[in-house]
Design a protein around this ligand. Structure first.
Ligand SMILES: [Zn+2]
Length: 300
């Protein structure tokens, strides 16, 4: 895609940008690079927990920004998190520690709600198993038009895309114009992707979905994409702040994230098992089997 295309479509977004004084604080984390906005000054990063944060005056522009207010409270999130980890004996202890559980953050994720149109001609190559001449290929040409509305993507690369999709079916009729009164005790996590990245992310998603739909309608046994001539146009983006509860757990040099949608309560967690915990559980099971076998042998 050429640069003119991008500068054209982003002109809409960047119009009327006045920096509003919302009385917000800005904070940058030196450890993870997150930029956060909040009503009160932050002493540590709400995303990674690091205390290496630099505070500054908020320079963010919230014109043309919408927000979906929280419907779930922190207790709901903590209860749900506990249900997912507490009773599973092979999950590492660090997931169950009080300090881990209390690090749950209430956040608004900077996101983009996009509309776009995809159109063009695609060619699929189809081959049938029972063709007498197995070499014969069928060219299936389709000219298509797809309109996509309300495609939501996160503006932050630190949030895993598939986890985000899984929890983020929001109620878009509930969009409110941004007002700092919605923040209360929550913080806004800025996006680190620029407008081009976001457009590419949305476009890739839409192309993948569209090609999948076209492919499903090709009536041959095997089908391969020959030529993808889909072109994106009419891209529109709305900035939306999505309410979530986030809990980050570091274990064995890896990050595991719990995410809950603050509007509908949908949640998920990436889990792992602990080596020590697994060994203990295995020993207990082995011991139990041994004991039962012993008792059976002894009494029969
Ligand atoms: Zn951080």
């Amino acid at each position: 895609m050429d640069t003119d295309f991008f500068s054209d479509i982003f002109n809409d977004v960047n119009n009327d940008s006045n920096i509003l004084d919302m009385g917000l604080q800005e904070c940058k984390c030196s450890a993870c690079g997150s930029i956060l906005n909040s009503k009160d000054k932050l002493n540590k990063c709400s995303f990674c927990g690091s205390e290496n944060v630099i505070s500054s005056q908020c320079s963010s522009d919230y014109t043309n920004t919408y927000i979906i207010p929280f419907m779930k409270n922190k207790e709901d999130a903590i209860k749900d998190y506990k249900k997912k980890v507490l009773f599973n004996p092979i999950i590492p202890m660090i997931f169950k520690k009080k300090s881990t559980i209390s690090s749950c953050s209430k956040m608004y994720l900077a996101s983009s709600l996009c509309d776009l149109h995809l159109g063009g001609t695609t060619t699929f190559i189809g081959i049938d198993k029972n063709d007498k001449n197995s070499q014969s290929k069928h060219e299936v040409v389709n000219t298509v038009n797809f309109d996509y509305n309300n495609v939501l993507v996160c503006d932050n690369s630190k949030i895993d895309g598939s986890s985000y999709f899984e929890i983020c079916e929001c109620n878009y009729s509930n969009l409110k114009e941004f007002d700092s009164n919605y923040l209360n005790d929550s913080v806004i996590l800025f996006g680190d992707l620029d407008e081009k990245d976001i457009c590419t992310k949305v476009s890739n998603l839409a192309v993948k979905t569209s090609l999948g739909m076209i492919r499903d309608n090709v009536q041959h046994d095997t089908k391969k994409l020959g030529k993808n001539g889909l072109v994106l146009d009419n891209f529109k983006r709305k900035r939306v702040l999505i309410p979530v509860y986030i809990l980050n757990v570091k274990y064995d040099n890896k990050n595991y994230m719990y995410l809950m949608n603050g509007e509908n309560g949908k949640s998920l967690i990436n889990l792992t098992f602990g080596k020590i915990e697994l060994a203990i559980v295995s020993l207990l099971i082995f011991g139990l089997i041994f004991l039962i076998a012993f008792l059976v042998a002894y009494f029969l």
